[in-house]
Unconditional design. Sequence first.
Length: 691
Amino acid sequence: MNSATGIVPSVSFMQASGVVRGACPHDCPDTCSLLTTVEDGVARKVQGNPAHPHTGGVLCAKVSKYTERSYHPERLLQPLRRVGPKGAGRFEPVSWDAALDDIAQRLAAIAARDPEAIVPYSYAGTMGLVQGEAMAGRFFHRLGASLLDRTICSTAGGEGLTQTLGGKVGMRVEFFAESKLILIWGSNSIGSNLHFWRYAQEAKRHGAKLVCIDPRKSETADKCHEHLALLPGTDAALALALMHELIVHDWLDHDYLARHTLGWEGLRERALQWPPERAAEVCGLPVEQIRTLARDYGTTRPAAIRLNYGMQRVRGGGNAARAIACLPALTGAWRQRAGGVLLSSSGLFPVDKAALQRPELLAGRQPRTINMSTIGDALLHPGGAGFGPKIEALLVYNSNPVAVAPESGKVVQGFAREDLFTVVLEQFQTDTADHADYLLPATTQLEHWDIHSAYGHTDVLLNRPAIAPQGQAWPNTQIFRELARRLGFAEPCFGDSDEALCRQAFGEQVDFNRLLDHGFATLDLPEAPFAEGGFPTPSGRCEFASPRLAALGLDPLPDHLPNYEVPGSSARYPLAMISPPARNFLNSSFVNVKSLRDIEREPLLEIHASDAAARGIESGSVVRVFNDRGEYRCKAEVSPRARPGVVNGLGVWWRKMGLDGTNVNQLTSQRLTDLGRGPVFYDCLVEVQAA
């Protein structure tokens, strides 16, 4: 029983000593199986599970230090109530009962006027299906709150994939080990997809050629045979030029095209408009690099593409994902299990979201939807004019929007509103937590039940709690249960335990006893899912031309859409800026883990020697990076990792750790992608000056 309240948190934990099976909760394709060694109720070590083939006993540097996160000296361990101005981060302790009573009372008063004035804000601080949107989804549906369009990471690429292949589906990651050519497109796999990299290395040892396509010369590019440093936002142009060469040289599988694709003639006509010379000019690449890549892709079997989300954070990101996803069908690469493309495997998991989130609790209501990528504008909107009510309350969990949302100057301004009631569920006092009216301590992965799908492999993982919740921390689920009880929500589903929620996530589709015994269960899937077509599209074919897009009045074929802010198009802001994650952070997670922060040292802007020389900038100089949306000061590093004309603002640091209390998102915009309503973080022009 919690000493500060009479409520018993819904967490059971394992024996005082032993090894507990769990799952990494973080936003990474790998979704590793964890083993936590517990001695006398204390987690002593977290390591990869050697029995899980995809984990293979290996963890990244971030998660191998997970005990540092759970036992961090700055961990939030009691509910807090604001006593200073918004953003000052000044709080006083308060009991759970007092905090929840007041929160429920204030939400009830707002809901009585209009429940849509209440907005949830969450994303992938945990990828768990239970501590993510299970009990939270039930709570907000029953309340009638605004819905959240969770777009901030992957929706452009996901929509592009869905319009082409029928869903977030693709080849199985383990078969990359057998590929003879691997295109690693828009991904720094060594930093963000380590276990795929192990398969790629196995293929390399057996003679495979590895090609990295990325504006930045990443650590992954260093280890590949070839690096194409294209300009940000030009990936579709490159894909179309590859198609041009496949057609001209007849490196095509005509039988596969005839039997298993839709819209080939239209795509053929479009691709023939993109000779390598045209694409080379648009992409900023040598024309011979494009020709060589096309020849390799057209003549090597099996050939595989590991696509990641970096390339879709621009205006034309959805079209770019569509164009790249078309390539394997042109060559018939899908015929072999080591051929095809993988962006995300999440669409292969039979998750019963309705059972978890209970949309029937809306009872016929159709609340408005707020796009999380434009939360800055949404919080500053006065209401009306087709927007709906002004946002009066925000409940934030599993996210740090003040640091991670675009155009953060507006986000900060919105969160600073004194008339905005803000509740934040957190493990640490982040930039967003500083703006809370109530700050509620949440458990870490070692302290609660959860169940996980993946987007880089095809195994379901179960997370058992290894230790008791630290201090007065509660799981997200318990916080929403208690708020529901105080608001009088009497539906039995609010009484479901976390273990019961884990069992509901997949129903009978996954053997829960196997999960209990082993920690993971592999989905029963074909080795080469589209060898004979059978795509989950309406036509059953790879849809080069999408009838669904045509019905919306959109171009049914993929095309290159130039950035909103085209590199080289502005005299005032001549440099394109991308903001890839620092290798030892994961979005804004782990920034406060000292051992990892010591490796990253400080916020950096990588700049090419020619661009630095033209501005009198040397490594270690403090620079001012700016555009019409704001400015950001940090240290510069003159680096061959930056290509000419492009600077790399490594993120996502907490704003409070920056030189001037900002980070790279001070400069990014709230414009949205062509498909999927996603953010355009890498569609950003800036200028850089020595400060």
